[in-house]
Design a protein around this ligand. Structure first.
Ligand code: ADP
Ligand code: MG
Length: 581
């Protein structure tokens, strides 16, 4: 084949592919432009996951009529003119590629007016070709509508995911920028319904509440620090009780640009060392401010990655304050530290409910949390016969650490984990109800309206039948809203909305074995939520009731996740430990 120069339209489409991968990339570039134009309000509307339409409206500087066609030329930018400036960039854009790229692969309309001009301008570009340019009356600012993205690149169109997935990507982009720019009012609407909105208060915390809801936001603590190397770190990190199955809630900005960086994710993860269960990830939203010449933002066409001149200094500037914040949250937790364990490891937070203690040597981690370390020697001449499942009658002696019940049986001491034991009891109850199709529900006095995030709504829609099968009663209420009419009886005492959202959160993390039937997996999560937590003082009557129910269980010795509910120390073992043998 002879060598030919590509026609401009083909070259443009190829170049566009570097910047515009999916609808969320368009949203990202348009939001960045609005921020660079000093907008105070940015409204994003999408339909069909952005595939059909993306509209971004801002009240920023606008573009003077004469410059409008120029803005769509490749390498046309108002933000940079010399190569030296590239290492001083203070704006989010600088490559002058976004508008040209987006217009090359869509049908785009832009209406814009600078505040000090009397009239505005409207331009229409289709597949990179200008269709019209005319004066119009318009409010100050810029509105860009991108219709039918990739209409002329069928190969790209094929790679787009379901609407819900693309909406999820867009939600992440808009919410991240809302976190980085809390002084700007953001709103996201999808298919005509509001997904979320921020109030421009200037407080990142308010944005976290809008985006993640109060329940999650109030488990986050602020971080403000400046290293002696002049690197400032600001934001919020989750307490150790707030952990996730995925790393996607480690959110970083560098000079308020949303970026991805493995090394920073690692710095934060390390700060939680010994505080999180293995395989779980913390939640953090952090902005790193440093002089622009200390960071190269031009290493990637989408500007999603950056290069630090001194990565080591950034790493420790981030890790130190995060570690301090995590430790500062620990006193509550230290009070409940495991007896005989002098190190930081081995505690359980009484606000967490679930053991998230670190691993002492010899302890085994499961992906659900922790199996308690069995410190007993293994040469017991009378070991527990695991095949013989039933429990002997047990006498309650007392409770320690608001977590374990000490009981005495015919052969020595039984130490019982109250949470694991209760989980076992509830799980068998739910499974028995399910088997006889007699699921016990608690009708709510007044139905609760749930406004779900797109991610939550996708899970609920997919698992609606299974959720109803375990005792919830949910009714779609348009868009991502649902009405909650009833909860499983074992959750009767919980705050229904909070419990439901927790459960959906756990479902999102896939924190239960996939091999199980869906309703069983959901039942496991419900039981975990409903079971008595560690950190709860129990009366003798309550302990007795729990032990009686445990005695009646089919598998009293393990919780439904497979962790032990009890540790047995035989009379022989006790005598030997005390040197009586
Ligand atoms: P870049 O942002 O890298 O400069 P773009 O292609 O994204 O390149 O935008 C080209 C130019 O169009 C910008 O430099 C800016 O002058 C102008 N522009 C784009 N979007 C807006 C907007 N929302 N408000 C004001 N000006 C804008
Ligand atoms: Mg731009």
């Amino acid at each position: 084949m002879s060598i030919k120069i590509l026609p401009q339209t083909v070259a443009d489409k190829i170049a566009a592919g570097e910047v515009v991968e999916r609808p969320a990339s368009v949203v990202k570039e348009l939001i960045e432009n609005a921020i660079d134009a000093h907008a105070t309000t940015i409204r994003v509307e999408i339909s069909k996951g952005g595939k059909q339409r993306i509209k971004v409206a801002d009240d920023g500087a606008g573009i003077p009529a004469d410059d409008v066609p120029l803005a769509f030329r490749r390498h046309a930018t108002s933000k940079l003119s010399t190569i030296e400036e590239l290492f001083q960039v203070r704006t989010l854009g600088f490559r002058g590629e976004a508008l040209a790229s987006i217009a090359a692969v869509s049908q785009l309309t832009m209406t814009t007016r600078p505040a000090d001009c009397t009239g505005g301008t409207q331009i229409r570009v289709e597949g990179g070709v200008q269709q019209s340019l005319s004066p119009v009356g318009a409010p100050a600012g810029t509105v860009i509508t991108v219709d039918n993205l990739f209409f002329n690149v069928p190969a790209r169109l094929k790679f787009l995911k379901a609407d819900a997935t693309e909406t999820g990507h867009i939600f992440r982009i808009v919410s991240h920028y809302a976190m980085a720019y809390p002084e700007i009012r953001f709103a996201l609407h999808s298919n005509g319904r509001q997904v979320f909105q921020t109030d421009g208060s200037g407080e990142m915390f308010d944005v976290l509440v809008s985006v993640w809801k109060l329940d999650t936001a109030r488990q986050m603590v602020p971080v403000h620090a400046e290293s002696d190397t002049g690197i400032a770190v600001d934001g919020y990190v989750g307490t150790p009780a707030l952990h996730r199955g995925q790393r996607d809630q480690l959110i970083f900005f560098v000079n308020r640009r949303s970026i991805q960086d493995r090394s920073l994710a690692h710095a934060v993860a390390q700060a939680y060392h010994t505080f999180l269960p293995i395989g779980r990830h913390p939640v953090a939203v952090l902005n790193i401010s440093l002089p622009p010449e200390e960071v190269d933002v031009n290493v990637h066409p989408t500007k999603a990655e950056v290069k630090f001149r001194q990565p080591g200094a950034v790493f420790s500037a981030v890790q130190r304050p995060v570690r301090a914040a995590v430790l500062a949250d620990a006193p509550m937790v230290r009070a409940a530290k495991t007896v005989g364990n002098g190190s930081e490891s081995g505690w359980q937070g009484n606000h967490a409910g679930e053991p998230f203690a670190s691993l002492g040597s010899g302890a085994r981690a499961s992906r659900f949390g922790f199996e308690m370390q069995r410190t007993l020697p293994t040469d017991d001449p009378f070991p527990i016969n695991d095949a013989e499942n039933s429990l002997p009658p047990l006498r309650v002696v007392g409770q320690i650490q608001q977590m374990y019940i000490i009981t005495e049986g015919p052969d020595g001491l039984y130490l019982i984990d109250q949470h694991a034991a209760h989980e076992r009891i509830l799980y068998e109850k739910m499974m028995a109800q399910h088997a006889t199709a007699a699921v016990a529900r608690q009708q709510l006095l007044s139905p609760e309206l749930l406004e779900l995030t797109p991610g939550q709504a996708a899970i609920v829609a997919a698992e609606l039948a299974a959720l109803n099968a375990v005792g919830f009663s949910l009714e779609p209420f348009g868009g991502t809203s649902y009405r909650l009419l009833a909860v499983p009886e074992i959750l009767a005492k919980a705050d229904p909305t909070a419990a439901f959202l927790d459960i959906v959160g756990e479902m999102a993390e896939g924190a239960v074995p996939l091999a199980k039937e869906t309703h069983e997996r959901i039942a496991l999560i419900v039981c975990k939520r409903a079971a008595i937590k560690g950190g709860q003082t129990l009366s003798t009557e309550e302990m007795l009731a729990l032990i009686r129910l445990l005695e009646q269980s089919q598998n009293p010795r393990t919780c439904p996740h497979g962790r032990p509910t009890m540790i047995h120390m035989s009379a022989y073992r006790l005598a030997r430990e005390f040197g009586r043998h």
